[in-house]
Design a protein. Sequence first.
Length: 377
Amino acid sequence: MRRNPSHDRGVHHSADYAAPKRKRHIKTNHVVRLIRPTECSLLVKEMKTIIQPANKDTIRIVAELLRQGKLVAIPTETVYGLGADAKNPDAVKRIFTAKGRPANHPLIVHISDKAALNDWAIEIPELAWKLAEHFWPGPLTMVLKKHPDVPMEVTGGQNTVALRVPSHPVALSVLQAFGGGIAAPSANRFCRISPTRASHVEEELGDKVDMILDGGACQVGLESTIVDLSAAQPTLLRPGQISKSEIEEFLQVKLELPENNKQIHAPGMMEVHYAPITETFLCTQDQVKDILQGDAFQHQHKMGIASYFTKIESDLFAKIITMPNDVDGYAQCLYGTLRALDDAVLDLILIEQPPQTEEWLAVNDRLAKAAKVLTNW
Ligand code: TXA
Ligand code: MG
Protein backbone atom coordinates (compact mmCIF):
# COMPACT_ATOMS: atom_id res chain seq x y z
CA MET A 1 0.00 0.00 0.00
CA ARG A 2 1.04 3.51 -0.62
CA ARG A 3 2.32 5.54 2.21
CA ASN A 4 1.37 9.04 1.22
CA PRO A 5 -2.19 10.23 1.44
CA SER A 6 -3.15 11.08 -2.14
CA HIS A 7 -3.49 14.80 -1.66
CA ASP A 8 0.06 14.99 -0.30
CA ARG A 9 1.45 13.21 -3.30
CA GLY A 10 4.09 14.97 -5.28
CA VAL A 11 4.16 18.03 -3.07
CA HIS A 12 7.57 17.04 -1.80
CA HIS A 13 10.25 18.15 -4.17
CA SER A 14 13.95 17.96 -4.55
CA ALA A 15 16.00 19.47 -1.80
CA ASP A 16 17.83 21.73 -4.23
CA TYR A 17 14.81 23.91 -4.90
CA ALA A 18 13.27 26.09 -2.22
CA ALA A 19 9.55 26.11 -2.95
CA PRO A 20 7.74 29.41 -2.98
CA LYS A 21 4.68 29.50 -0.73
CA ARG A 22 1.79 27.94 -2.65
CA LYS A 23 -0.70 30.52 -3.85
CA ARG A 24 -3.83 29.29 -5.53
CA HIS A 25 -6.61 31.10 -7.38
CA ILE A 26 -4.45 34.13 -7.93
CA LYS A 27 -4.49 36.08 -11.17
CA THR A 28 -1.12 35.96 -12.92
CA ASN A 29 -0.61 39.66 -13.46
CA HIS A 30 -1.01 40.37 -9.81
CA VAL A 31 1.72 37.94 -8.87
CA VAL A 32 4.48 38.57 -11.34
CA ARG A 33 5.77 41.71 -12.97
CA LEU A 34 5.44 41.32 -16.73
CA ILE A 35 8.68 41.89 -18.57
CA ARG A 36 8.96 43.34 -22.04
CA PRO A 37 10.09 41.03 -24.88
CA THR A 38 13.25 43.12 -25.49
CA GLU A 39 14.18 42.96 -21.83
CA CYS A 40 13.60 39.24 -21.97
CA SER A 41 15.80 38.59 -25.00
CA LEU A 42 18.59 40.64 -23.42
CA LEU A 43 18.34 38.57 -20.27
CA VAL A 44 18.31 35.32 -22.23
CA LYS A 45 21.39 36.42 -24.19
CA GLU A 46 23.20 37.26 -20.98
CA MET A 47 22.61 33.77 -19.71
CA LYS A 48 25.35 31.56 -21.05
CA THR A 49 23.87 28.17 -20.42
CA ILE A 50 20.51 26.90 -21.48
CA ILE A 51 19.92 25.29 -18.06
CA GLN A 52 18.91 27.87 -15.49
CA PRO A 53 18.09 27.33 -11.82
CA ALA A 54 14.41 27.95 -11.15
CA ASN A 55 13.92 31.23 -9.33
CA LYS A 56 11.59 34.21 -9.57
CA ASP A 57 13.54 35.82 -12.41
CA THR A 58 13.98 32.71 -14.55
CA ILE A 59 10.34 31.74 -14.02
CA ARG A 60 9.31 35.18 -15.27
CA ILE A 61 11.56 34.82 -18.30
CA VAL A 62 10.15 31.39 -19.09
CA ALA A 63 6.62 32.81 -18.94
CA GLU A 64 7.65 35.53 -21.38
CA LEU A 65 9.32 33.00 -23.71
CA LEU A 66 6.05 31.04 -23.71
CA ARG A 67 4.15 34.20 -24.67
CA GLN A 68 6.57 34.63 -27.56
CA GLY A 69 5.76 31.14 -28.85
CA LYS A 70 9.10 29.63 -27.77
CA LEU A 71 9.82 26.18 -26.35
CA VAL A 72 10.91 25.78 -22.74
CA ALA A 73 11.56 22.75 -20.57
CA ILE A 74 10.04 22.76 -17.12
CA PRO A 75 10.23 20.35 -14.21
CA THR A 76 7.09 18.57 -13.06
CA GLU A 77 6.78 16.07 -10.22
CA THR A 78 6.63 13.23 -12.79
CA VAL A 79 9.15 14.02 -15.54
CA TYR A 80 10.43 17.18 -17.25
CA GLY A 81 8.04 18.58 -19.86
CA LEU A 82 8.76 20.33 -23.16
CA GLY A 83 6.35 23.24 -22.92
CA ALA A 84 4.71 25.65 -25.35
CA ASP A 85 1.68 27.94 -25.25
CA ALA A 86 -1.20 25.50 -25.75
CA LYS A 87 -3.30 28.15 -27.52
CA ASN A 88 -0.56 28.95 -30.07
CA PRO A 89 -0.69 26.37 -32.91
CA ASP A 90 2.71 27.37 -34.33
CA ALA A 91 4.39 27.00 -30.95
CA VAL A 92 2.68 23.62 -30.48
CA LYS A 93 3.88 22.46 -33.91
CA ARG A 94 7.44 23.27 -32.77
CA ILE A 95 7.08 20.69 -29.99
CA PHE A 96 6.39 17.95 -32.55
CA THR A 97 9.34 19.02 -34.71
CA ALA A 98 11.71 19.19 -31.73
CA LYS A 99 10.73 15.74 -30.45
CA GLY A 100 10.39 14.11 -33.87
CA ARG A 101 6.91 13.08 -32.74
CA PRO A 102 4.15 12.29 -35.26
CA ALA A 103 1.56 15.09 -35.38
CA ASN A 104 -1.33 12.76 -34.55
CA HIS A 105 0.02 11.95 -31.07
CA PRO A 106 -1.83 14.32 -28.75
CA LEU A 107 -0.23 16.40 -25.98
CA ILE A 108 -1.17 16.99 -22.34
CA VAL A 109 -2.23 20.54 -21.48
CA HIS A 110 -1.02 21.65 -18.05
CA ILE A 111 -3.24 24.11 -16.23
CA SER A 112 -2.76 25.92 -12.93
CA ASP A 113 -6.01 25.00 -11.24
CA LYS A 114 -9.10 22.84 -11.71
CA ALA A 115 -11.10 26.08 -12.00
CA ALA A 116 -9.55 26.42 -15.49
CA LEU A 117 -11.07 23.08 -16.61
CA ASN A 118 -14.06 24.86 -18.15
CA ASP A 119 -11.73 26.80 -20.48
CA TRP A 120 -10.34 23.57 -21.96
CA ALA A 121 -13.09 20.96 -21.79
CA ILE A 122 -16.84 20.67 -22.26
CA GLU A 123 -19.46 18.29 -20.89
CA ILE A 124 -17.20 17.62 -17.91
CA PRO A 125 -18.65 14.68 -15.98
CA GLU A 126 -19.09 14.75 -12.20
CA LEU A 127 -16.43 12.03 -11.88
CA ALA A 128 -13.85 14.37 -13.43
CA TRP A 129 -14.59 17.14 -10.93
CA LYS A 130 -14.28 14.62 -8.11
CA LEU A 131 -10.92 13.34 -9.38
CA ALA A 132 -9.65 16.89 -9.87
CA GLU A 133 -10.70 17.85 -6.37
CA HIS A 134 -8.98 14.84 -4.83
CA PHE A 135 -5.86 14.24 -6.92
CA TRP A 136 -4.89 17.69 -8.26
CA PRO A 137 -2.35 19.12 -8.11
CA GLY A 138 -0.71 15.78 -8.78
CA PRO A 139 0.32 13.08 -11.26
CA LEU A 140 -3.11 12.42 -12.78
CA THR A 141 -4.13 13.33 -16.33
CA MET A 142 -7.77 13.31 -17.44
CA VAL A 143 -8.94 13.01 -21.03
CA LEU A 144 -12.14 14.98 -21.60
CA LYS A 145 -14.17 16.32 -24.53
CA LYS A 146 -12.28 19.29 -25.85
CA HIS A 147 -13.44 22.89 -25.75
CA PRO A 148 -13.81 24.32 -29.30
CA ASP A 149 -11.01 26.84 -28.56
CA VAL A 150 -8.38 24.13 -28.01
CA PRO A 151 -6.25 23.94 -31.17
CA MET A 152 -6.40 20.65 -33.09
CA GLU A 153 -2.59 20.69 -33.13
CA VAL A 154 -2.65 19.99 -29.37
CA THR A 155 -5.10 17.13 -29.57
CA GLY A 156 -3.60 15.45 -32.62
CA GLY A 157 -6.86 16.04 -34.48
CA GLN A 158 -9.01 14.32 -31.84
CA ASN A 159 -12.06 15.86 -30.22
CA THR A 160 -10.72 15.12 -26.74
CA VAL A 161 -8.05 16.87 -24.68
CA ALA A 162 -5.74 15.59 -21.93
CA LEU A 163 -5.45 17.90 -18.90
CA ARG A 164 -3.54 17.95 -15.67
CA VAL A 165 -2.52 20.28 -12.83
CA PRO A 166 1.07 19.38 -11.87
CA SER A 167 2.13 19.63 -8.24
CA HIS A 168 5.77 20.66 -8.72
CA PRO A 169 6.09 24.16 -7.28
CA VAL A 170 8.16 25.35 -10.25
CA ALA A 171 5.60 24.09 -12.77
CA LEU A 172 2.82 25.77 -10.80
CA SER A 173 4.75 29.04 -10.59
CA VAL A 174 5.41 28.98 -14.34
CA LEU A 175 1.71 28.31 -15.00
CA GLN A 176 0.68 31.18 -12.74
CA ALA A 177 3.24 33.54 -14.27
CA PHE A 178 2.20 32.57 -17.80
CA GLY A 179 -1.50 32.68 -17.09
CA GLY A 180 -2.55 30.12 -19.73
CA GLY A 181 -2.31 26.42 -20.50
CA ILE A 182 1.04 24.83 -21.31
CA ALA A 183 1.10 21.93 -23.75
CA ALA A 184 3.95 19.71 -22.59
CA PRO A 185 4.92 16.18 -23.51
CA SER A 186 7.89 14.61 -21.77
CA ALA A 187 11.02 16.50 -22.87
CA ASN A 188 12.72 13.62 -24.70
CA ARG A 189 13.09 12.67 -28.33
CA PHE A 190 10.29 10.44 -29.60
CA CYS A 191 10.38 6.91 -28.09
CA ARG A 192 13.37 7.70 -25.88
CA ILE A 193 13.62 7.69 -22.11
CA SER A 194 11.73 10.48 -20.33
CA PRO A 195 13.96 13.01 -18.54
CA THR A 196 13.89 13.26 -14.76
CA ARG A 197 16.66 15.86 -14.42
CA ALA A 198 17.46 19.09 -16.26
CA SER A 199 20.70 17.57 -17.59
CA HIS A 200 18.70 14.75 -19.23
CA VAL A 201 16.68 17.35 -21.16
CA GLU A 202 19.88 19.02 -22.29
CA GLU A 203 21.18 15.67 -23.58
CA GLU A 204 17.90 15.01 -25.40
CA LEU A 205 16.88 18.41 -26.75
CA GLY A 206 19.57 20.90 -25.70
CA ASP A 207 19.76 22.54 -29.13
CA LYS A 208 15.99 22.74 -29.54
CA VAL A 209 14.73 24.54 -26.43
CA ASP A 210 15.12 28.17 -25.50
CA MET A 211 15.54 27.48 -21.81
CA ILE A 212 15.57 24.54 -19.43
CA LEU A 213 14.42 25.40 -15.92
CA ASP A 214 16.22 23.30 -13.35
CA GLY A 215 13.91 22.26 -10.53
CA GLY A 216 16.02 19.32 -9.38
CA ALA A 217 15.27 15.63 -9.75
CA CYS A 218 11.63 14.72 -10.36
CA GLN A 219 10.09 13.19 -7.29
CA VAL A 220 7.72 10.66 -8.90
CA GLY A 221 9.96 9.73 -11.83
CA LEU A 222 7.28 8.11 -14.03
CA GLU A 223 4.73 9.85 -16.23
CA SER A 224 1.26 10.62 -14.88
CA THR A 225 -1.61 8.17 -14.68
CA ILE A 226 -4.03 8.86 -17.58
CA VAL A 227 -7.77 8.30 -17.21
CA ASP A 228 -10.11 8.79 -20.15
CA LEU A 229 -13.43 10.25 -19.01
CA SER A 230 -14.58 11.42 -22.43
CA ALA A 231 -16.83 8.41 -23.01
CA ALA A 232 -19.48 6.69 -20.90
CA GLN A 233 -17.03 4.08 -19.56
CA PRO A 234 -13.98 5.51 -17.71
CA THR A 235 -10.75 3.93 -18.97
CA LEU A 236 -7.22 3.77 -17.63
CA LEU A 237 -5.01 4.70 -20.60
CA ARG A 238 -1.66 4.74 -18.80
CA PRO A 239 -0.76 3.44 -15.32
CA GLY A 240 1.17 5.75 -13.04
CA GLN A 241 1.86 6.40 -9.38
CA ILE A 242 -1.84 6.92 -8.69
CA SER A 243 -3.03 3.36 -9.15
CA LYS A 244 -6.11 1.92 -10.86
CA SER A 245 -7.45 0.52 -7.59
CA GLU A 246 -6.89 3.80 -5.78
CA ILE A 247 -8.99 5.62 -8.38
CA GLU A 248 -11.61 2.86 -8.41
CA GLU A 249 -11.89 2.88 -4.64
CA PHE A 250 -12.16 6.62 -4.56
CA LEU A 251 -14.78 6.88 -7.34
CA GLN A 252 -16.53 3.61 -6.55
CA VAL A 253 -16.45 2.99 -10.30
CA LYS A 254 -14.60 0.31 -12.29
CA LEU A 255 -11.98 1.50 -14.80
CA GLU A 256 -11.74 -0.32 -18.10
CA LEU A 257 -8.29 -1.29 -19.38
CA PRO A 258 -6.92 -0.21 -22.76
CA GLU A 259 -6.79 -3.79 -24.13
CA ASN A 260 -10.55 -3.59 -24.41
CA ASN A 261 -10.26 -0.37 -26.34
CA LYS A 262 -10.15 -0.66 -30.10
CA GLN A 263 -8.54 2.71 -30.72
CA ILE A 264 -5.13 3.15 -29.18
CA HIS A 265 -4.41 6.84 -29.03
CA ALA A 266 -1.73 7.14 -26.41
CA PRO A 267 1.85 6.76 -27.69
CA GLY A 268 2.85 5.80 -24.16
CA MET A 269 0.90 2.64 -24.95
CA MET A 270 3.05 1.64 -27.88
CA GLU A 271 5.17 -1.43 -27.37
CA VAL A 272 8.57 0.18 -27.76
CA HIS A 273 8.96 3.32 -25.73
CA TYR A 274 11.17 4.68 -22.99
CA ALA A 275 13.93 2.50 -24.42
CA PRO A 276 17.71 2.68 -24.05
CA ILE A 277 19.71 2.38 -27.28
CA THR A 278 21.72 -0.54 -25.86
CA GLU A 279 19.95 -3.89 -26.13
CA THR A 280 18.02 -4.29 -22.88
CA PHE A 281 16.53 -7.46 -21.38
CA LEU A 282 14.22 -8.13 -18.45
CA CYS A 283 15.26 -11.25 -16.57
CA THR A 284 14.10 -13.26 -13.59
CA GLN A 285 15.98 -13.84 -10.37
CA ASP A 286 16.76 -17.42 -11.55
CA GLN A 287 18.17 -16.15 -14.81
CA VAL A 288 20.42 -13.74 -12.91
CA LYS A 289 21.61 -16.70 -10.81
CA ASP A 290 22.39 -18.70 -13.97
CA ILE A 291 24.30 -15.81 -15.45
CA LEU A 292 26.32 -15.38 -12.25
CA GLN A 293 27.18 -19.10 -12.29
CA GLY A 294 28.54 -18.65 -15.79
CA ASP A 295 25.88 -20.87 -17.37
CA ALA A 296 24.73 -18.17 -19.69
CA PHE A 297 26.25 -15.67 -22.09
CA GLN A 298 29.69 -17.35 -21.84
CA HIS A 299 31.17 -14.06 -20.61
CA GLN A 300 31.33 -12.74 -24.14
CA HIS A 301 29.35 -9.59 -23.50
CA LYS A 302 30.14 -6.39 -21.71
CA MET A 303 27.12 -6.37 -19.47
CA GLY A 304 25.43 -3.99 -17.10
CA ILE A 305 22.68 -4.84 -14.66
CA ALA A 306 20.00 -3.11 -12.61
CA SER A 307 19.47 -5.66 -9.86
CA TYR A 308 16.55 -5.91 -7.48
CA PHE A 309 16.47 -9.18 -5.49
CA THR A 310 20.01 -10.40 -6.08
CA LYS A 311 23.00 -8.85 -4.37
CA ILE A 312 25.64 -8.76 -7.06
CA GLU A 313 29.35 -8.36 -6.52
CA SER A 314 30.75 -9.95 -9.64
CA ASP A 315 33.22 -8.75 -12.22
CA LEU A 316 31.04 -10.44 -14.83
CA PHE A 317 29.30 -7.08 -14.94
CA ALA A 318 30.95 -3.89 -16.10
CA LYS A 319 28.29 -1.82 -14.36
CA ILE A 320 26.03 -2.80 -11.49
CA ILE A 321 23.21 -0.64 -10.18
CA THR A 322 21.27 -1.89 -7.15
CA MET A 323 17.71 -0.63 -7.34
CA PRO A 324 15.77 0.61 -4.28
CA ASN A 325 13.45 -1.92 -2.62
CA ASP A 326 10.40 0.28 -2.42
CA VAL A 327 8.26 1.03 -5.43
CA ASP A 328 8.40 4.82 -5.11
CA GLY A 329 12.19 4.81 -4.79
CA TYR A 330 12.48 2.42 -7.74
CA ALA A 331 10.19 4.53 -9.92
CA GLN A 332 12.01 7.72 -9.03
CA CYS A 333 15.39 6.46 -10.22
CA LEU A 334 14.31 4.09 -13.02
CA TYR A 335 14.84 6.44 -15.98
CA GLY A 336 18.08 7.81 -14.57
CA THR A 337 19.31 4.23 -14.16
CA LEU A 338 18.42 3.32 -17.74
CA ARG A 339 20.29 6.41 -18.94
CA ALA A 340 23.35 5.63 -16.79
CA LEU A 341 23.47 2.06 -18.12
CA ASP A 342 22.99 3.29 -21.68
CA ASP A 343 25.84 5.80 -21.23
CA ALA A 344 28.20 3.07 -20.00
CA VAL A 345 28.71 1.79 -23.58
CA LEU A 346 27.73 -1.80 -22.88
CA ASP A 347 26.76 -4.66 -25.20
CA LEU A 348 23.85 -5.65 -23.07
CA ILE A 349 21.72 -4.29 -20.24
CA LEU A 350 19.93 -6.67 -17.89
CA ILE A 351 17.14 -5.61 -15.59
CA GLU A 352 16.16 -7.97 -12.83
CA GLN A 353 12.37 -8.00 -12.81
CA PRO A 354 10.98 -6.39 -9.64
CA PRO A 355 7.79 -7.77 -7.99
CA GLN A 356 4.77 -8.08 -10.25
CA THR A 357 2.03 -6.97 -7.89
CA GLU A 358 -0.50 -4.22 -8.62
CA GLU A 359 1.62 -1.73 -6.71
CA TRP A 360 4.37 -2.23 -9.29
CA LEU A 361 2.10 -1.98 -12.35
CA ALA A 362 3.37 1.38 -13.61
CA VAL A 363 7.02 0.40 -13.12
CA ASN A 364 6.49 -2.94 -14.89
CA ASP A 365 4.58 -1.21 -17.69
CA ARG A 366 7.60 1.05 -18.38
CA LEU A 367 10.06 -1.85 -18.02
CA ALA A 368 8.07 -3.89 -20.55
CA LYS A 369 8.41 -1.01 -22.98
CA ALA A 370 12.10 -0.45 -22.33
CA ALA A 371 13.23 -4.08 -22.46
CA LYS A 372 12.63 -7.43 -24.13
CA VAL A 373 11.94 -10.49 -22.03
CA LEU A 374 15.07 -12.66 -21.83
CA THR A 375 14.43 -16.12 -23.30
CA ASN A 376 16.34 -19.00 -24.90
CA TRP A 377 19.92 -19.31 -24.02
O1 TXA B 1 3.59 13.06 -16.41
C1 TXA B 1 3.25 13.39 -17.53
O2 TXA B 1 2.13 13.14 -18.00
C2 TXA B 1 4.28 14.16 -18.38
C3 TXA B 1 4.52 15.52 -17.74
C4 TXA B 1 5.42 16.40 -18.57
O3 TXA B 1 3.30 16.13 -17.46
N1 TXA B 1 3.85 14.28 -19.72
C5 TXA B 1 3.82 13.25 -20.59
O4 TXA B 1 3.46 13.61 -21.86
O5 TXA B 1 4.08 12.11 -20.27
P1 TXA B 1 3.63 12.65 -23.12
O6 TXA B 1 3.28 13.45 -24.32
O7 TXA B 1 4.96 12.04 -23.12
O8 TXA B 1 2.49 11.65 -22.91
C6 TXA B 1 1.18 12.12 -23.02
C7 TXA B 1 0.26 11.00 -23.14
C8 TXA B 1 0.42 10.29 -24.43
O9 TXA B 1 0.38 8.91 -24.19
C9 TXA B 1 -0.77 10.79 -25.23
O10 TXA B 1 -1.17 9.94 -26.24
C10 TXA B 1 -1.81 10.93 -24.15
O11 TXA B 1 -1.09 11.50 -23.11
N2 TXA B 1 -2.86 11.83 -24.60
C11 TXA B 1 -2.79 13.15 -24.77
N3 TXA B 1 -3.95 13.63 -25.25
C12 TXA B 1 -4.78 12.58 -25.36
C13 TXA B 1 -6.12 12.42 -25.81
N4 TXA B 1 -6.83 13.44 -26.23
N5 TXA B 1 -6.63 11.18 -25.79
C14 TXA B 1 -5.89 10.14 -25.36
N6 TXA B 1 -4.62 10.22 -24.95
C15 TXA B 1 -4.07 11.42 -24.95
MG1 MG C 1 6.52 10.84 -23.38
